[in-house]
Design a binder for this molecule. Structure first.
Ligand SMILES: Cc1cc2nc3c(=O)[nH]c(=O)nc-3n(C[C@H](O)[C@H](O)[C@H](O)COP(=O)(O)OP(=O)(O)OC[C@H]3O[C@@H](n4cnc5c(N)ncnc54)[C@H](O)[C@@H]3O)c2cc1C
Length: 308
């Protein structure tokens, strides 16, 4: 039995149309809470044995073809407010990164690095999203979250363990708001910079294809002094090229010809095609370079049950 809610609770909801790659089976339940109180009450009353999976707009996800045995929580209208208070930009977790960047710029605050990242603020914090040399970790002051038990908590950024494309948010916790510190900037100059970033993106990445951004993390590099560091001098796309996997296909899945670290659904791909091609790339790159690529895209859910 599911607890009563004011938002929308749907059983067996397919997830493919809620992700950028447009693949994957159904969630046992999809819950779209009306507001924080609705979310907290639901989680407090939900059987603790039921897994909870928060999702944003699925721009970093492969949902497997068998779907997710969990309650998927997708925040909507009650969670997308954005306000600017001096150097602080406070955003609901469902707000799109691009909207936050634009609203901040209009108020003369620089969060331009968020402009080209297609996810939500919840996903950006969880993944420590970043580009053009800036990451969420450089700006985040604190977050508000609802724990799996339904308690509202405030966490300082330091408690989130933000690192390259990762954080350590406890499982089942749902981020509901994030507060960023942003430098001052001239609104017109910030708008110009964002336009330039978009143009640069469109010329170097397959932004019009169905993808989930970079497929693999850039392996940690070694500086010229020989010390291990995190400058990521090794680029995943180069290793993929050297392994001859640019443009490689499996079913409807392909490693993009335009940017070889982008895995794309050319139409009709299954999650198994996409994940299988990714695993093949890992194998080939290991054979050619001895380096084991790590997935950046999160893969969640179950393989389909074989009905033969
Ligand atoms: C064309 C393209 C370009 C991209 N470029 C970049 C880039 O430049 N830099 C970059 O860092 N990433 C990039 N990405 C990847 C992706 O956009 C980011 O990882 C983004 O932060 C994911 O946000 P999302 O809302 O889509 O999260 P989802 O993909 O829905 O989820 C990702 C993770 O975040 C968690 N999550 C989402 N919302 C919440 C919440 N409210 N509370 C708790 N956990 C939550 C999910 O559980 C999951 O673990 C790109 C993707 C695409 C498709």
């Amino acid at each position: 039995m599911m607890p009563p809610v004011r938002g929308t609770l749907t059983e067996g909801r397919p997830l493919a149309d809620l992700t950028w790659l447009r693949v994957g089976g159904p969630a046992d339940w999809l819950f779209q809470p009306a507001d924080e109180e609705d979310l907290a009450g639901f989680l407090a009353a939900l059987d603790p044995a039921v897994p909870v999976f928060p999702m944003g707009v699925g721009s970093n996800l492969i949902v497997r073809d068998g779907g997710l045995r969990a309650v998927v929580i997708r925040l909507g209208r009650g969670f997308n407010g954005i306000r600017v208070e001096g150097e602080r930009v406070i955003s609901g977790a469902a707000a799109l990164d691009a909207h936050v960047a634009r609203r901040a710029a209009e108020a003369g605050r620089d969060l331009t690095f968020l402009r080209t990242i297609p996810g939500t603020i919840g996903g950006a914090v969880r993944m420590n999203a970043g580009c053009y040399g800036s990451y969420v970790a450089d700006h985040l002051i604190e977050v508000q979250a609802i724990t799996r038990e339904g308690r509202a908590v405030t966490l300082p950024a330091a408690d989130l363990g933000l690192a390259y494309r990762q954080s350590r948010l406890p499982e089942g916790w749902v981020l509901v708001e994030a507060t960023f510190r942003a430098d001052a900037g001239d609104p017109a100059a910030l708008a110009r910079r964002m336009d330039e970033q978009i143009a640069r993106r469109d010329s170097s990445q397959p932004t019009r294809e169905r993808s989930a951004g970079s497929t693999f993390r850039n392996p940690a590099g070694f500086s010229s002094t020989g010390r291990a560091d995190d400058t990521h001098e090794l680029k995943a796309w180069k290793l993929i090229d050297e392994a001859g996997m640019r443009g490689a296909r499996r079913g409807g899945a392909q490693m993009s010809e335009m940017h070889s670290n982008f895995l794309i659904n050319t139409g009709g791909a299954t999650a198994a095609d996409l994940e299988g091609l990714g695993e093949e790339v890992i194998k080939r790159v290991f054979q050619s370079s001895g380096i084991e690529l790590q997935w950046e895209i999160m893969r969640v859910g179950e393989e389909p049950v074989n009905k033969q």
